[in-house]
Ligand binder design. Structure first.
Ligand SMILES: Cc1cc2nc3c(=O)[nH]c(=O)nc-3n(C[C@H](O)[C@H](O)[C@H](O)COP(=O)(O)OP(=O)(O)OC[C@H]3O[C@@H](n4cnc5c(N)ncnc54)[C@H](O)[C@@H]3O)c2cc1C
Ligand code: FES
Length: 264
């Protein structure tokens, strides 16, 4: 785990992405250069209404501008307060936290498997790979949601030049059904030894992604979410069981784990 810092920064930009999704960009952020795809920040809102910090994956960074972006959906008190922040409001950030994704080999087909609000770290990973010379045509960006409004930032993903494959449960965008179905079809039509999966999303989706990767012999990693009171490995509030009988803290041993590592 990278050594985190705790620092005060400010909201620079807030964008509403529709359907209760928001993007927040913070600046100046001295750690932007150290942030890697899979890292997250623990964010403390101003005032005392929301006491505990909230965890958010890093969606993008601009080290030259000292900026860092997160993307979130309103699900409760903390995220509702975040949606009302205004440019110039102060925020305290602890981060970057957690272990980042390991990049695939350049010749491999990279299968991003995003579900709902699980897409931000995969957006960061795809951008980072492309900036390091990976061919965007070898990145398949599967993105599942309940309905079209849950598949956000589509033009931003498409602009990367990746193969964008939206999937919705109601069929309002892309193919109809669960995101893991076209992922499985893709692997069956390609050399599984040349594919690598990266998953982030709701627990059920991650469980299915993990199972199909194990069954089809595809390596990769998934990023987990868990209740995260401290974020730095102290409180044991985020412990998950491992398949080898041990346990791991999602905040510092993860949130990124190898396929087959966690007993989901
Ligand atoms: C490592 C990590 C990375 C994360 N990255 C992101 C991200 O990039 N974008 C993002 O939107 N969220 C992300 N989350 C989830 C985010 O931390 C929670 O959505 C947030 O803490 C909820 O705070 P709240 O005060 O609004 O909700 P709370 O008041 O704490 O909870 C309100 C209700 O929402 C439910 N809830 C809590 N978390 C979630 C969740 N993740 N999904 C669905 N329901 C939930 C609770 O069970 C409760 O019923 C991440 C979590 C972790 C651990
Ligand atoms: S959140 Fe406290 S140990 Fe992980």
């Amino acid at each position: 785990m990278t050594k985190p810092t705790c620092e005060d920064t400010f909201l620079k930009k807030r964008r509403s992405l529709g359907n209760d999704y928001y993007s927040l960009t913070f600046s100046p952020y001295s750690q932007a250069e150290r942030c890697r795809p899979g890292h997250f920040v623990h964010l403390k809102l101003p005032g005392n209404d929301v006491f505990f910090r909230r965890a958010f994956s890093i969606a993008a960074v601009s080290p030259s501008a000292g900026e860092m972006e997160i993307i979130f959906k309103i699900v409760g008190r903390g995220t509702r307060a975040m949606a009302h922040l205004r440019p110039g409001d102060p925020i305290n950030l602890l981060g970057p936290l957690g272990t980042p994704f390991k990049r695939p080999r350049k010749r491999e087909h990279t299968l991003m498997v995003a579900g709902g609000i699980g897409f931000p770290p995969l957006l960061f990973l795809a951008r980072d790979m492309i900036s390091r010379g990976h061919d965007p045509k070898r990145i398949e960006f599967f993105y599942g949601g309940r309905t079209a409004g849950d598949v956000i930032e589509r033009s931003r993903i498409k602009k990367l030049g990746v193969t964008f494959r939206p999937v919705t449960e109601d069929g309002s965008l892309g193919s109809k059904g669960l995101v893991t179905v076209p992922v499985e079809e893709f692997i069956e039509n390609h050399d599984n030894g040349n594919c690598r999966i990266y998953g982030c999303g709701p627990e059920g989706m991650l469980k299915s992604t993990n199972e199909l990767a194990l069954r089809l012999g595809v390596p990769g990693q998934i990023s987990l979410e868990a209740p995260m009171p401290c974020g730095i490995g102290v409180c044991l509030g985020c412990v998950v069981p491992l398949t080898d009988g041990g346990h791991a803290r999602v905040c510092c041993d993860g949130p990124v784990f190898s396929i087959g590592e966690v007993a989901l």
